[in-house]
Design a protein around this ligand. Sequence first.
Ligand code: ADP
Length: 171
Amino acid sequence: MKDVKVLLGDITQSECDCIVNAANKTLRGGGGVDGAIHRAAGPGLLAECIALGGCDTGEAKITKGYNLKARYVIHIVGPVYSGSANDAALLEKCYINALDLAKEHDLHSIAFPAISTGIYGYPIEKATKIAVDAVKVWKEKNPTYPIKVDFYCFSERAYAQYVLTLKNTKY
Ligand code: ADP
């Protein structure tokens, strides 16, 4: 897909305009990628997040990036995997809402972690397909808006899955 890359590494090192945080509903920090982003951004991020007053599953909120290389952080709350049909719709919504918010703020590069695939238990094969399809659908709906998308993977397994899914997706 045009302007879509898969990277293996720590998303806090991304030089994209914005990085996406797989946050929880409180927006008060947590483990996994959320903890890593808060540690790298510094205390200003937590203060701004607390002032936002939480976030519903599937929704997205934006803050500044503080000590990160990225200028902004888009916080989304992925679904906790339950095996119900609604999981996929909510996970797709996370990607779509994050991209919409990036566009609203005129941001042209965005880095996503593998939302919900850690503590929230979403199987990586299923989550990867939803992520790639959501970006594809969004790009098709916004053909005149250039945006680079980096999928940041934190394990070889996730990386291989993204590479395979992108290869098997028709554009
Ligand atoms: P969730 O609660 O949405 O499952 P997690 O943070 O537990 O969020 O995990 C989401 C994904 O982010 C997992 O695939 C995990 O391996 C990955 N991850 C954890 N730390 C980092 C990091 N520093 N950079 C990129 N990805 C990360």
